[in-house]
Write a protein that binds this ligand. Structure first.
Ligand code: MSP
Length: 526
């Protein structure tokens, strides 16, 4: 555990386990993991949470269709698919919450009871069109006429599946009372919702007026019971949003709750309104702090469409990691897509970037620098001689890259952080080409110059390993090892990130060991 820095608590959405993990879930998860690793390594008091959203009608139906109880169904999926996803993608989460855990269920009841006691919940009659795919009563704008087999029916604009008319007694949360307070929040805290496009959408949605929210269901029982009326279960979204609070001790461990809360939530733009409207209103009603901020990222598109399991465009993360490795997965999705915008995935683009940026750009730089120190200095990192302008330029690029990358991470822009760090890769590759160490090595009189050039390259790699470790933990650990950095500097993940740009940390005299390619050539997938 690191301590002394600011608290930084960050979450992924909790995923529906009935869908198998696809690269869209993986995208959110690695983005959050990279941001968390960065802050952790920078000394902030970091906590990363992910988990699964296990109640609701969708889960119940899937379990019934498979002839098992819902609990058996979710247990199997979480064990066989969702825990393994974290290993597949090398995710260092601090906790994993499942909404069927007692620590969650009991505290959700406590929270809903508190809202009831404060007068924010009332009973009413409800009749509306519900989409089980979204687990949501659909607003008019998202209801369209069905086509093909669904001709004549009303369907969900997202799922293209028929909506169900539900008529029941429901409990309602007085969401409509929070319109002004929410608008004031977006105004006084302009980066509460990011990016700006997401913020604008939320502001105009709230300005158009809020309806009270149905927060209970009585037609089925796979959920958390309403504490004062056990013929109802709590609406799955109210249950799910509360995971962010129950996981850090809401209602049980005030010390932990004070230390962690409030959180930053990173979500796909599909679930922005739940997080930026309903969730802060629920917290306000309970008298708790609203989140620090909500960041909505875009969709991964495959063949121009939002990738999803139900539309059969789903790609499992292992299809990519089995060929390219977890680091390449992390690097690719975080660097190729502007965080906050949609991005298209294609195997061609992935292969091309793997080859150009990882294998030829970064990997090759690392192997040849280490190989030259091995060959010309018997594997011992030489001390640098007097620095020339060209050497000082490398030092400046490294310092700027470190500062700019940290600023980009503060803005929740891992893509811009990687761009900033990549200036070091490009600078060092150019530096080696210009200085031609292989030519310097032929002339004994240029020994000092050769030392300076190879020290500069090795120290630049030291900075790269530190700055890229949150993005690519495995290959940077391998590089750290090859640079012989650990005896002098300690473990890679213990290197203070915000000091990564200060020059001259790698001690002369460190012993390098030859490096097998960080990003080996891959067989092109069919
Ligand atoms: N269970 C709810 C979330 C509750 S949070 C309190 C849910 N789950 S989900 O399994 O459908 O996952 C939604 C999240 O997965 C999205 O918000 C997004 O983070 C990620 N993605 C799912 N499909 C995606 C793409 N095609 N592209 C990018 N991210 C995607 O909604």
């Amino acid at each position: 555990m690191t301590s002394g820095g600011d608290s930084f608590y960050i979450t992924t959405p909790i995923y529906y386990p009935s869908d198998l993990p696809h690269i869209g879930h993986g995208y959110t998860t690695v983005a959050v993991d990279t941001l968390a690793r960065w802050h952790r390594q920078a000394g902030d008091d970091t906590w990363m949470l992910t988990g699964t959203d296990e109640h609701g009608q969708k889960m119940l139906r899937a379990a019934t269709a498979n002839g098992v109880t819902p609990q058996e169904w979710v247990d199997k999926l979480v064990e066989e698919s969702w825990f393994p996803l974290l290993r597949t993608l090398d995710v260092a989460n601090d906790d994993f919450i499942r909404t069927t855990q007692a620590r969650h269920e009991e505290r959700v009841q406590q929270f809903v009871q508190a809202l009831f006691d404060r007068g924010y919940i009332y009973a009413g009659e409800y009749e509306a069109l519900y989409c089980v795919g979204c687990e949501e009563f659909k607003p008019e704008a998202e209801i369209v006429d069905g086509t093909g087999p669904f001709e004549g029916l009303k369907v969900c604009a997202i799922h293209s599946k028929p909506l169900e008319l539900l008529q029941e007694k429901n409990y309602f949360f007085k969401l409509s009372e929070f319109q002004d307070r929410l608008l004031a929040l977006y105004k006084t805290q302009p980066d509460f919702v990011r990016p700006d496009s997401a913020r604008n959408e939320v502001v105009s949605f709230v300005k158009s007026g809020l309806k009270d929210l149905s927060i209970s269901r009585s037609a089925f029982d796979w959920g958390i019971r309403v504490p004062w009326d056990d013929s109802h279960v709590i609406y799955v979204w109210v249950d799910a949003l509360l995971n962010y609070a129950t996981a850090v001790g809401y209602g049980t461990d005030p010390e932990q709750f004070d230390r962690r809360w409030p959180a930053y939530h990173v979500v796909g733009k599909d679930i922005l309104r739940f997080h930026a409207v309903i969730w802060p209103a629920m917290l306000m009603a309970a008298g708790l702090d609203v989140p620090r901020g909500i960041f909505a990222h875009g969709w991964l598109l495959v063949g121009g469409e939002k990738m999803s399991k139900s539309k059969l465009t789903g790609i499992a993360p292992t299809e990519i990691t089995d060929v390219f490795g977890a680091d390449a997965y992390r690097f690719y999705f975080l660097s190729a897509i502007a965080f906050g915008q949609d991005g298209s995935f294609s195997w061609e683009d992935l292969s091309a970037r793997y080859q150009a940026e990882l294998a030829n750009g970064f990997g090759n730089l690392a192997s040849r620098t280490v190989a030259m120190i091995d060959r010309y200095f018997d594997g011992v990192v030489p001390a640098a001689g007097a620095a020339e302008e060209i050497d000082l330029r490398v030092q400046r690029v490294v310092a700027d890259a470190a500062t700019n990358a940290d600023a980009a991470i503060e803005r929740f822009r891992p893509d811009e952080a990687i761009d900033a760090i990549w200036t070091i890769v490009d600078e060092l590759n150019g530096y080696i080409t210009e200085n031609e160490p292989w030519a310097l090595a032929k002339d004994e009189a240029k020994r000092e110059r050769l030392s300076t050039v190879l020290y500069t390259a090795a120290e630049g790699l030291r900075a790269l390993a530190v700055l890229l470790s949150p993005v690519m933990p495995a290959s940077t650990a391998k590089l750290w090892d090859a640079l012989g950095a650990e005896p002098g500097l300690g473990e890679l993940t213990a290197q203070p990130l915000r000091a990564a740009g200060s020059w001259g940390q790698l001690p002369a005299g460190a012993t390098v060991t030859p490096l097998t390619p960080l990003f080996p050539r891959v067989e092109q997938p069919a």
